[in-house]
Design a protein around this ligand. Structure first.
Ligand code: BTN
Length: 249
């Protein structure tokens, strides 16, 4: 069961780093979650800093053994985690929760949660994954386009209350992955995809140009499919920016 072992820390650099160290020494069991009250050097995607050292976030890393998963399904694994986070947040709010491609969790046009998945591969298999999840529970001052659960929830959950829901949702999707329900996961992901089907002003990061496009889906590697006046294009992480569609605080 995912979430069955809990390691609780008052303060740590990064729960992902802490988990990686335990893994390297052979001291991490499948299903363990490392939960920190505060992270002093939280890691975001693409080497960015994930700030929030004041304890206003749920910051945890789940360790999962995923040797059943072929690397070709890594993008579906990422989708399943994003779905689990979105659904755990949804338990506490009536606002609609969406996934901004590839795996940020958004409410309206603001980010409420981020995910950092670090995997180990062996023989074309995803041997294991460190699934780092950061959810804004209380307001995050001075961060552009951030929103927290307390701002959209009738009753803000405590971190343990959130942990229970988070673990339940992760178990659900992990079971679906194990029985190979990849299409089901992909469809559920598409149904939650932020701004899908709307005309958006986008930025082509590599060519440094703005263009109008519409998210129509994702390809088998998890790239985002954008319909443009010049036809269908696929973008991978870092290659496109949606920032012109965010709400600033
Ligand atoms: C992002 O949106 O850039 C990803 C943010 C991931 C943050 C979480 S908080 C718990 C875990 N430990 C880390 O250092 N990062 C992840």
């Amino acid at each position: 069961m995912i979430g069955q072992h809990l390691i609780q820390l008052a303060e740590v650099d990064s729960t992902n780093n802490y988990a990686a160290k335990l893994l390297a020494t052979g001291n991490l069991k499948h299903g363990t979650v490392i939960l920190a009250e505060r992270q002093m050097a939280g890691k975001g995607q693409r080497g960015k800093v994930w700030s929030g050292s004041s304890g206003n976030q749920f910051t945890g890393t789940y360790f999962m053994e995923t040797v059943f998963l072929s690397v070709e399904y890594l993008s579906v694994f990422n989708m399943s985690v994003a779905l689990a986070v979105a659904e755990a947040i949804q338990v506490f709010t009536k606002e609609s929760i969406n996934i901004k491609w590839p795996n940020d969790v958004f409410v309206k046009n603001k980010k409420i949660a981020g995910i950092l998945i670090e995997t180990n591969w062996r023989d074309n298999r995803v041997a294991s994954a460190l699934v780092g999840i950061g959810v804004n529970i209380d307001p995050i001052p001075n961060v552009d386009h951030a929103l927290s659960l307390s701002e959209i929830s009738m009753k803000t959950p405590g971190k343990f209350e959130f942990l229970v829901e988070m673990s339940t949702k992760l178990n659900h999707y992990f079971d679906l992955l194990k029985i190979g329900e990849m299409e089901l996961i992909k469809q559920a992901y598409l149904a939650k995809l932020w701004k899908k089907g709307l005309k958006l002003e986008l930025i082509d990061v590599l060519n440094k140009e703005n263009f109008i496009g519409e998210i129509v889906g994702v390809d088998s590697q998890g790239g985002v499919l954008i319909s443009t006046e010049n036809g269908l294009k696929v973008f991978h992480n870092h290659e496109i920016s949606f920032e012109l569609n965010y709400d600033k605080n």
